[in-house]
Design a protein around this ligand. Structure first.
Ligand SMILES: O=C(O)c1ccc(O)c(O)c1
Ligand SMILES: [Mg+2]
Length: 630
């Protein structure tokens, strides 16, 4: 399988783009004409630059407003094409993209367009150049790949073929099954992009909001399955017009791009028999069975304070690492590690971010397979130093600074606690509060990191995403999206902020980067948990009375229930499936916090309608000078 990406997809000048694209492991690039025109080097030098970067030029594009022009424009258009052929020969590329005409003076007619392409094919053949025709979703006469194919078919010239672009087909909701009948060798290149499902003008959507396959809402896998059925063997080439990507890190976006293509090819190969391109042979997406532990990087002083905080929440000190300054606190199936080492990754994380939950360990079916798949998707493996007899827990770096560890039941990793930890004498006061598992992990990140994290999780693990929603912070909207396993064993909420006045934005600033901002623990009886916590000296986040009056009215709650909620500072939500009750801790310092939840019935959400009230209460809790606009 050959992978390629259009230079227009990433930031930087042409040299920077090529470096990042090559480093991410792509085989080729589409040279977008503007990137070429604005770079100060001859076509020959640019061609050499591309090849020196270990890349080939898969396509030169776009050539606009060609077919169906009336004279004298028609002749001029052919002259213009010849000039571009000159450039292409200097660059060292043999494939040109012609996108469908958008000019108001263009004449329609399938045969007229086919005649123009036949003549262009003749001229191209003299130079061993091939020309592919792409239907833009907003083309004046041609805006559907089926019509573009009909023109190519009637042009009936070996140097004229079709170019498919998933965006144009899928954004117009054209049936992808129509692709299957096209002979694969008549498709000269396939461009891939996803996009969010937003109701807007297609040109605007395409030029600003395309994203990597898997990051958006379009059925790109179905599209690619249909392409694979044609016998197409050419490159899978990304063409992503996106303002955030073009303003972001070329390196990160290139890695995401390559990751999206490997994952796409893998999904296609697993769902469509006998695909034409050789898809990567990698382990399947890992099923996550649960969160095995969450590890905080911290200092000795902070660790004492954090441990006290957790004791009040019903956690017991349960074990100590045999050779490292790592303490295990446990309640039910929840394991929390406090790492106060003065060397190594945890320590560098502490130095940069202060006390924070820098690592999550997931229980999967096969930990080594999980790492192997992640590596094939461009993730960085991580290895910690271990003492003799201790386990090396397979791990990878997350998108930001954090780590994801893996354990499984099938190897010695299933005995992690017995092998690496010594039990400690139980001395803690405080009673257990009925918290039995991690319900979800709340990650906060800059808004432009959200697509990268989304792709990271969806490509490595067998998770689904929920639709993007806006969380209402009194200081602005925060974008939020969830990835979760079908059975709820792993749920991760991701909040993307770009405004420092929001609670999430404030956290990113205080923490010097993205991290886990909250952990939600599940209880089967939140009122009993609230009682136990109270006895331990826990003081929950205070929710104003107005909220309870509103909830009582909104859901028609009986007043006794409303009073119970109010007295315990428990938030309430309900949908067709069930109910959700939430209790919040105050923030630890200015940073993370804990949430306690009870899910009743089949409730699958996260209490988004309660977010404004919870956030306002949290802001009141923070130091006034630390929180402008609170
Ligand atoms: O937005 C455009 O003009 C444009 C140009 C070339 C393409 O391949 C495309 O998909 C869109
Ligand atoms: Mg295109």
């Amino acid at each position: 399988m050959k992978t390629s990406i259009a230079t227009v997809s990433i930031s930087g000048d042409l040299r920077e783009k090529l470096e990042a694209i090559s480093a991410a492991g792509f085989d080729g690039v589409e040279i977008f004409e503007n990137d070429f025109l604005t770079f100060d080097a001859s076509p020959r030098e640019i061609g050499r630059m591309v090849r020196d970067a270990g890349l080939e030029i898969t396509l030169f594009q776009p050539f606009r407003d060609f077919e169906g022009m009336p004279e004298p424009h028609r002749s001029r258009t052919f002259d213009r094409a010849e000039r571009k052929f000159d450039v292409m020969q200097e660059l060292g590329t043999e494939l040109m993209l012609v996108c469908s005409n958008v000019s108001t003076i263009a004449l329609g007619g399938i045969d007229r367009a086919a005649d123009d392409f036949r003549e262009l094919g003749e001229r191209a053949a003299k130079r061993s150049i091939r020309v592919g025709y792409e239907a833009l979703a907003w083309g004046r006469h041609i805006n559907d790949h089926r019509d573009a194919w009909e023109i190519v078919r009637r042009a009936d010239h070996p140097n004229i073929g079709l170019i498919l672009d998933s965006f144009h087909t899928l954004a117009r909701r054209i049936d992808v099954e129509s692709i299957r009948a096209i002979p694969g060798d008549r498709i000269f290149i396939v461009q891939l992009a996803d996009a969010p499902m937003i109701d807007m003008d297609l040109l605007y959507l395409s030029r600003h909001f395309r994203n990597m396959p898997g990051e958006g809402d379009l059925p790109v896998v179905d599209f690619m399955r249909a392409v694979a059925a044609t016998g197409y063997k050419g490159p899978l080439s990304l063409e992503i017009f996106n303002d955030q990507f073009r303003g972001g890190s070329a390196k990160l976006i290139s890695v995401d791009g390559r990751r999206s293509l490997v994952d796409l090819a893998d999904r296609v190969a697993r769902s469509e028999g006998g695909v034409s391109f050789d898809a990567p042979q990698i382990p399947p997406r890992s099923s996550v069975r649960g969160v095995e532990f969450i590890e905080f990087a911290t200092s000795a002083e902070d660790a004492d304070e954090l441990a006290a905080f957790l004791h009040i929440m019903g956690f017991k000190t349960y074990g100590r690492h045999k050779s490292k300054a790592v303490t295990l606190l446990r309640q039910g199936g929840i394991n929390i590690l406090l790492n106060t080492e003065r060397t190594g990754f945890a320590y560098s994380s502490f130095v940069v971010h202060g006390t924070s939950a820098y690592a999550v360990c997931l229980k999967v079916d096969d930990a080594r397979d999980a790492v192997e798949r992640a590596k094939a998707l461009g993730a960085e493996p991580f290895e910690q130093s271990v003492s003799p007899g201790e386990l090396t827990i397979p791990a990878i770096r997350g998108v930001g600074g954090g780590l994801v560890y893996f354990v499984d039941e099938k190897s010695e990793l299933g005995s992690l606690w017995g092998i690496d930890f010594e039990p400690v004498e139980e001395t803690d006061a405080g009673m257990a509060a009925g918290l039995f598992r991690v319900d979800h992990v709340g990650q906060t990140m800059k808004a432009d990191e959200l697509p990268s994290w989304l792709l990271f999780y969806l490509s490595i693990f067998d998770l689904r995403k929920t639709p993007m929603i806006d969380i209402v912070d009194p200081s602005g909207l925060v974008r939020s999206q969830v990835v979760e396993s079908a059975d709820g064993a792993l749920r991760i909420t991701m909040n993307g902020a770009d405004n420092r006045r929001t609670l999430a934005g404030h956290f990113i600033a205080e923490n010097f980067g993205s991290s886990i901002q909250h952990l939600a623990f599940a209880t089967a009886d939140i009122f009993a948990t609230a009682e136990a916590l109270k006895a331990n000296g826990f003081s929950p986040l205070k929710i104003p009375r107005n909220y309870y009056d509103d909830v009582e009215a909104r859901f028609g709650l009986n007043p006794v229930m409303a009073d119970r909620l109010r007295e315990a500072n428990i938030l309430y939500d309900r949908d067709e499936q069930g109910e959700y009750l939430q209790l919040y801790s105050p923030s630890f310092r200015e940073g993370f916090f804990f949430e306690i939840v009870e899910r009743r019935g089949g409730y699958r959400g996260y209490g988004a309608p309660n977010a404004p009230f919870r956030i306002a209460a949290q802001k009141r809790h923070l130091r006034p000078e630390g929180m402008p606009g609170a």
